[in-house]
Design a protein around this ligand. Structure first.
Ligand SMILES: [Zn+2]
Length: 239
């Protein structure tokens, strides 16, 4: 009898906990939706890394970074548009921005990157979000991470807001936003963040990143970070 009661109690506890988690996440989701006014009218450049002959990092099953980040970037652009922002993708297909026929890889890469920067600067975008996939020799490494340019206060705030949501919505939470010098974030005139959405060198994370549902979830997490960043800026009267 006692055993039956215990089983009943523990299953009740499980139901309560699962229910609580679902409610908590729906409240969190709603609060982001309630803040979506903060992105309305903003111009946001969404930059899927690599493309064309440059696959970016390659996973153990042969998955390419360039394909994963394009899918996530397209999801992000459509979520932003639905919220009333103007989202501009630096590429919409499997091509980088360099001239065809350039065979010096370094020249090609610089041309590609500088055109991505020029697009954002010429359009006077409010934010620049570059999406990438990480890779590391140790297959255990996992988790998404946002990077900003050293010395950029706004870039840092943006990356911290995005990191907060990556840790809340994605598998393998726990990383912290970091400042690292990258050409693209150094050259853009607006706050920028490079979001490494996960490790393609980790077989489980590679599998997740190939799942369209997880790709959408990742886009949503980045979107939530952007919303949080603008809402915080509005609350402190900065922008
Ligand atoms: Zn990359």
């Amino acid at each position: 009898m006692l055993k039956a009661k215990l089983i009943l109690f523990s299953s009740l506890l499980v139901v309560l906990l699962v229910g609580y988690k679902a409610v908590a996440s729906s409240i969190e989701g709603r609060s982001i939706s309630a803040l979506s006014w903060a992105v309305a009218g903003r111009l946001i450049v969404v930059d899927p890394g690599h493309g064309g002959d440059d696959p970016g990092a390659v996973g153990r099953t042969g998955a390419f970074e360039k394909d994963i980040v394009l899918a996530v970037a397209k999801n992000l652009a459509s979520i932003l548009s639905q919220a009333g922002a103007e989202a501009v993708l630096t590429r919409e297909n499997d091509l980088d921005l360099s001239d065809a026929g350039l065979y010096d890889l370094h020249v090609r890469k610089m041309q590609d990157l500088s055109r991505r920067v020029a697009l954002a600067n010429n359009r006077e975008a409010d934010l620049f979000i570059s999406i990438h996939v990480n890779s590391f020799p140790d297959v255990q490494e996992n988790g998404a991470q946002a990077f900003s340019q050293p010395g950029s206060t706004e870039g840092r705030k943006l990356s911290r807001a995005i990191q907060h949501e990556l840790n809340r919505f994605l598998a393998y939470p726990g990383r912290e936003a970091k400042q690292v010098d990258y050409y693209i974030c150094r050259m853009v005139k607006m706050p920028g963040s490079i979001v490494e959405i996960g490790f393609i060198s980790n077989p489980e994370e590679e599998k997740l990143m190939l799942d369209p549902n997880y790709q959408y979830r990742t886009a949503w997490a980045i979107y939530a970070g952007i919303v949080r960043y603008f809402a915080q800026s509005a609350a402190t009267g900065e922008k």
